[in-house]
Design a protein around this ligand. Structure first.
Ligand code: ZN
Length: 269
C-alpha cells in the first residue's frame, strides 16, 4: 500500500516534469540563464516535494513563477496555459505595434489592466455551463407551461475581429418534470458568451446545453445583438441588429411559438 502510494507520487512528478518540458518548448526558452533559473527552481521544488511529502504545490508554484503558466495546468494538465505574465507581454507588444509608447505614464499600467479586462471578457472558458445547470428541481407541482427568462444581457466577443458583441437573449423551455433555478439560465448564457463566439454558435450552444441537462419538451433561444465589427469598422452599419434563434421540440409547433413571442414582446407582463 505504502509502496503503491509512493509509486503514484513518482508518476505524478514525472507527468508534471513532462509538462514543464512542454512549456519550455511552448515558450521557446532558449536563453541559458532563463533555463538554468527554471531548472534550479524546478529541482528545489522536487527536493521540497520529497522532503515535505507533498506532491503538487511546490512544483506548481515553481512553474508558475518561472515559466508563467497556471498552477492548475501543471497539476492537472488542464486549465489555462497562458498566464497573466505572458498576457501582459502580449498586451504590451500590442500597444507598441499600434505605434504607442509603453513608457509614457498613462500607459504604464495599461498592459496589466488589459489582462484583467481580458480575463473578465473570457471568463467563460473557465466555466462549465452543464455543471451550472445541473442543479435541477424534480418537483414542479405539475407545471407544464413555458418558462421564459427575458432580456438577459449578452456580452461576447466576435471570434473574427476580437471586438464586442453586445445584445440580449431570451431563453425559454417547456419543462418535462425538471426545472432549474431561473438565475442558472442567465449564468449559462454568460458562460457561453464570455468566450470568442459567432452568434449562431452561441445561440445553438445555449439551446443544446438546456436540452441535454433538462431534457425538456422544447427549448427556444433568441438572441438579438449589435456586432461592433459591423458598427465601428468596415461597413459601419450603425443600428443594425443581428437576430438568431434556435427552436426545438414543442417550440416548432406554431401555437407554442406564437405564445412564446407574445410573452417576449408583451409589455403588459
Ligand atoms: Zn466580427
Amino acid at each position: 500500500m505504502h509502496f503503491q502510494q509512493k509509486k503514484s507520487h513518482e508518476n505524478l512528478e514525472q507527468s508534471q516534469a513532462d509538462r514543464l518540458l512542454e512549456i519550455v518548448k511552448i515558450k521557446e526558452l532558449k536563453s541559458k540563464t532563463e533555463l538554468a533559473k527554471g531548472l534550479g527552481v524546478y529541482l528545489s521544488a522536487i527536493t521540497n516535494i520529497r522532503a515535505r511529502g507533498t506532491v503538487a504545490t511546490p512544483m506548481a508554484l515553481a512553474a508558475q513563477a518561472v515559466f508563467g503558466v497556471s498552477a492548475e495546468w501543471i497539476i492537472n494538465g488542464k486549465g489555462p496555459v497562458m498566464h497573466e505574465r505572458k498576457l501582459e507581454d502580449i498586451a504590451s507588444d500590442l500597444l507598441l505595434a499600434i505605434g504607442e509608447n509603453t513608457e509614457r505614464e498613462g500607459l504604464r499600467e495599461t498592459p496589466k489592466r488589459m489582462c484583467k479586462a481580458w480575463k473578465d471578457f473570457f471568463v467563460g472558458y473557465e466555466q462549465n455551463p452543464k455543471e451550472i445547470l445541473n442543479k435541477v428541481f424534480e418537483e414542479v407541482g405539475g407545471y407544464d407551461e413555458i418558462v421564459l427568462l427575458k432580456n438577459i444581457r449578452v456580452e461576447s466577443h466576435c471570434e473574427h475581429h476580437f471586438v464586442p458583441i453586445i445584445g440580449h437573449a431570451h431563453v425559454a423551455y417547456l419543462p418535462n418534470k425538471r426545472v432549474v433555478g431561473i438565475s442558472k439560465l442567465a449564468r449559462v448564457v454568460e458562460a457561453y458568451s464570455k468566450r470568442l463566439q459567432v452568434q449562431e454558435r452561441l445561440t445553438q450552444e445555449i439551446a443544446d446545453c438546456i436540452t441535454e441537462v433538462l431534457d425538456p419538451q422544447g427549448v427556444a433561444v433568441v438572441i438579438s445583438s449589435t456586432h461592433h465589427c459591423m458598427t465601428t469598422r468596415g461597413v459601419r452599419m450603425v443600428g443594425a441588429n443581428m437576430v438568431t434563434s434556435s427552436m426545438s421540440g414543442a417550440f416548432r409547433n406554431s401555437e407554442t411559438r406564437q405564445e412564446l413571442f407574445q410573452m417576449i414582446n408583451g409589455d403588459n407582463l
